[in-house]
Write a protein that binds this ligand. Structure first.
Ligand code: FE
Ligand code: CA
Length: 533
């Protein structure tokens, strides 16, 4: 990252001095304030690092899966790691809870620690750690790491959100999704780790649950289809062993949602697409949600059986709100057998839901209450109409919002009535770049949708012609390209939101380059992205 990493030591000591003065006089006096954008008060002092807890008998370095941070607030961020000296096959830790030290600093060289404490990496959590590092300053970079015995984790850089309601000139962020291990390496993550962004939205399909693909020449899963907690944990351990993915996590805080492959291909609610019974699937979903919770840097309680509320909201000053959605847990099962094909009457059944009634109300209430200039919906499946009319019938992907058309109409009307400005839906799932308008009729867009390709997952080649047809026939689709991989870098300002579609070359090569496929701009108050290159 090109952050101004490092305040010079002299400037930093100056800041410390003003903070210390404030602490002596009871704090909060105007004398403690500095001008500029670094916050209204400064850290009062630095702390001394706690001693690392003793090595519990580790055979080798336990920090094999990197570090991560997420769910940034103005005064807090969640820090994550997992102790796993032998990542596959359970992690290789002794079967006891293990104390672990963490520290967070305002500088990359950890000279100026803000907090340093010991917490427990619990056996019951597969020795994962979620630290909610509180008491931080808004809109600031921090660096964090973990220690056990003589082992020190890699350091991660994170960043807090701006203060509630603060005037923010620009907020750079990125979004990405869909990283099937067997379809390619992660050059997208390597390049993402070098982008200067304040937060990354990850929109689902972080793991793929399938078994070994013997035809994958790139790399293969190392076990059968995941259905148990042990298998899902191993799948996260496999993916998180990738150094490029680790670099992207270590570079910025992430806000993570899930899609289907964190559990099972195209499941809806408690119904799988395949052969499992409802009872079996409930047990499986509980295992999958638990492993997801363990391995993501989220500020959430552990799942209650097969239930975990992950929809949540983040504000970045008065400029941008992120409403992170769950498009899987509460939806009705897929219509029309679940596969892309001829449409069926269920897609027009007004009783069916994608978000569930409670989340839908939460979202619309949140939009209505929002004062943010930009309201970004972190979303899993495509919302833009991609239905292909064929005479009296049509072709539909029933897994996306096209399979829940009355629910989409209801949501669009709710968005319109909410009065929220500049709704931008950012989406994953389909492994293609799409830019679309979200609306009900022909020319009444209420939101703009940016669909962000995939990190590595392949677009099914046999569906290429259908994709081209849907993209060209739908007046709401402004752009479509199903042959690209990468991520999207956005910059929100009060006047516009810019989106650069950053694409990598061949994902069968780790070292492939990066380029910008297309740039789109959405102007304040005008739904619809305009191409600018
Ligand atoms: Fe996917
Ligand atoms: Ca998906």
């Amino acid at each position: 990252m090109n952050h101004a990493a490092g305040l010079s030591r002299r400037r930093f000591l100056g800041l410390l001095a003003t903070g210390a003065a404030a602490a002596c006089t009871g704090g909060g006096g105007d004398s403690s304030r500095t001008s500029g954008t670094v916050g209204t008060t400064e850290p009062p002092t630095t702390v001394v690092a706690v001693a690392a807890p003793p090595d519990p008998g580790l055979v080798t370095n336990p920090f094999t899966l990197g570090v991560a941070s997420g769910d940034p607030l103005p005064d807090a961020v969640v820090l994550w790691t997992r102790l796993a000296p032998q990542p596959i096959g359970g992690g290789g830790m002794p079967a006891v809870d293990v104390p672990i030290a963490w520290e967070i600093a305002v500088d990359e060289s950890f000279e100026f620690l803000i907090r340093s404490e010991v917490v427990t990496a619990a056996l019951a959590d597969a020795h994962t750690v979620h630290v909610d590092a509180t008491g931080l300053m808004p809109a600031r970079d921090y660096w964090y790491r973990f220690r056990v015995g003589d082992y020190v984790s890699p350091a991660g850089r994170t960043r807090t959100a701006p203060e509630a309601g603060a005037t923010v000139d620009r907020l750079p962020f990125a979004f990405a999704s869909c990283q099937d291990w067997q379809d390619g390496f992660y050059p997208a993550h390597r390049h993402l780790s070098g982008e200067d962004v304040d937060v990354v939205l990850f929109l689902g399909d972080y793991i793929y649950e399938g078994g070994v693909d013997r035809f994958s020449a790139v790399r293969q899963h190392d076990g059968p289809r995941a259905e148990t907690l042990a298998a899902y944990r191993d799948r996260y351990a496999l993916y998180k062993g990738d150094r490029d993915l680790q670099a992207a996590h270590a570079a910025a805080p992430w806000i993570v949602i899930w899609d289907d492959h964190e559990v099972s291909n195209q499941y809806g609610g408690d119904t799988p697409l395949g052969q499992q019974s409802a009872e079996e699937f409930t047990v499986r979903r509980a295992a999958a949600y638990r492993a997801w919770w363990e391995h993501q840097p989220v500020r959430l309680p552990p799942p209650n059986g097969a239930d975990l509320q992950i929809y949540r909201r983040f504000d970045f000053g008065g400029l941008l709100s992120v409403l992170a959605l769950d498009g899987r847990q509460y939806r009705d099962p897929a219509a029309c057998g679940g596969d892309i094909g001829i449409t069926c009457s269920a897609v027009d059944d007004p009783a069916r839901t994608l978000l569930g009634a409670e989340q839908e109300s939460w979202l619309l209430d949140g939009l209505e209450a929002s004062d943010a200039r930009w309201n970004v919906l972190a979303n899993d499946v495509m919302m833009t109409n991609f239905f292909v009319e064929l005479g009296t019938s049509g072709v539909v992907n029933p897994d996306q919002w096209d399979g829940y058309r009355p629910a989409r109409d209801r949501l669009v009307e709710g968005m319109r009535e909410s009065g929220a400005t500049n709704i931008v839906v950012v989406t994953g799932d389909i492994h293609a770049a799409v830019v679309g308008d979200v609306g009900t009729g022909e020319d009444d867009a209420v939101a703009t949708e940016l669909v962000g390709m995939s990190v590595s997952s392949r677009f099914p080649p046999d569906l290429g012609p259908s994709f081209e047809l849907a993209a060209s026939l739908n007046p709401r689709v402004r752009f479509g390209d199903a042959a690209v991989h990468g991520y999207v870098v956005c910059e929100a300002t009060p006047e516009l939101l810019r989106a650069d579609y950053r694409v990598v070359g061949d994902v069968t090569e780790r070292a492939t380059g990066i380029s910008t496929l297309a740039t789109f701009e959405i102007a304040d108050g005008v739904p619809g992205a305009i191409r600018r290159d």
